[in-house]
Write a protein that binds this ligand. Structure first.
Ligand code: NAD
Length: 335
């Protein structure tokens, strides 16, 4: 099947070409990200492959539909960037990659926790300049600390398992509790998780219910000086509220792999440009904030699984088989 691949980077070309040896699709790569203006590039392509910051909103979907697109193949797990209602009305199917190495993201979470806790980012810079003083680098034992996991799905559970290995007490909050997590930690209310956790890590999807889950009010309930990690979706955190909480010390450390306005920033080399986003620029000034540019998924194992599942979804669609990884309003409503 002809597939227009948006937001292409060299690593995507490499992994999709690798997987395509087994699928034989006709891949057209474009660096452009998908929106209502660029959708026309997919004219004549029955399948379109997109990533986290492509915007498959109603206007973009209308243009795709006019050009003959019948499948959106997301090469990621989250689907908050697709208007599922519009896709359904237009008869466009949407498939995603629900599972791929949850270890990739979970291990990145732990890298952020320990880098912030032991101030590795600062120590590295100091030692390179011949400054071996330890002042300001004091950390804590993770052993015996409480880690709160918001969203106890695939990634949240791997994080729980790893933090058990550190000797942490693990708390979880999830409106849809599962037995696998019960083996790893204790379910509590959101309020209790916020109040008791030394480290809070976010692993729920971005939905209207979770938008700005961590806002001024929630931050009023956290343990003062707690660490917050977000590798899920940027808009789970109200960034302006987080900046206030960093300034008054309610947040003691913040690790972000995602940012609510990341679509204008991430996955590009902007080192020769002036950053226009003042909120992002303010975040960069804090010594106790580490930001990575949405690289949680970025391990060889994960990216190969993503490429394989993405193209397998297209193959299944082309053959008229049941689309196992379909996302739709109806399926979501059915739970
Ligand atoms: P998952 O579907 O397995 O788990 C999500 C969990 O969140 C589910 O258990 C669900 O019940 C729970 N949830 C739903 N609403 C909630 C709420 N209001 N409060 C608390 N929990 C809630 O998903 P996953 O594979 O564990 O991935 C989690 C998220 O990680 C994805 O939605 C995606 O946004 C993000 N992600 C980021 C990267 C990255 O590179 N940084 C890579 C993959 C996934």
């Amino acid at each position: 099947m002809k597939i227009a691949v948006f937001s292409t980077k060299p690593y995507w070309i490499e992994s999709l070409n690798w997987a395509n040896d087994r699928h034989g699709h006709a891949l057209m790569y474009t660096k452009a990200s998908l929106d209502a203006h660029t959708a026309v590039l997919a004219d004549g392509f029955p399948a379109v492959c997109i990533f986290v910051n492509d915007e498959a909103d109603r206007d973009a979907l209308r243009v795709l539909h006019r050009g003959g697109t019948r499948l959106i193949a997301l090469r990621c797990a989250g689907f908050n960037n697709v208007d599922l209602a519009a896709a359904s009305e237009l008869g466009i199917s949407v498939a995603r990659v629900p599972r791929y190495s949850p270890h990739a993201v979970a291990e990145h979470v732990v890298a952020l926790i320990q880098a912030l806790n032991r101030k590795i980012h600062r120590a590295h810079k100091r030692v390179r300049e011949g400054n071996m003083a330890l002042d300001g680098l004091l950390g804590m034992d993770l052993h015996g600390k409480t880690v709160g996991i918001l969203g106890t799905g695939l990634i949240g559970r791997v994080v729980a398992r790893i933090m058990n290995g550190f000797g942490c007490r693990v708390l979880g909050y999830d409106p849809y509790e599962n037995d696998e997590f019960r083996q790893l930690g204790t379910y509590v209310s959101l309020e209790r998780l916020l109040a008791e956790s030394d480290v809070i890590t976010l692993h729920c999807p971005l939905t209207p219910q979770t938008h700005h889950l961590i806002n001024h009010e929630a931050l009023g309930h956290v343990k003062p000086g707690c660490m917050i990690i977000n590798t899920s979706r940027g808009a789970l955190i109200d960034t302006v509220a987080a900046i206030d909480a960093l300034k008054n010390g309610r947040i003691g450390a913040l690790g972000l792999d995602v940012y609510e306005e990341e679509s204008d920033l991430f996955f590009e080399d902007l080192s020769n440009q002036v950053i226009q986003d003042d909120v992002f620029a303010r975040l960069l000034t804090f010594p106790n904030v580490i930001i990575t540019g949405h690289q949680g998924f970025f391990t060889r194992e994960a990216i190969e699984q993503i490429a394989e599942t993405t193209l397998a979804n297209v193959t299944a669609f082309e053959r008229g088989e049941t689309l196992e990884n379909q996302v739709s309003r109806e399926l979501l409503a059915a739970g």
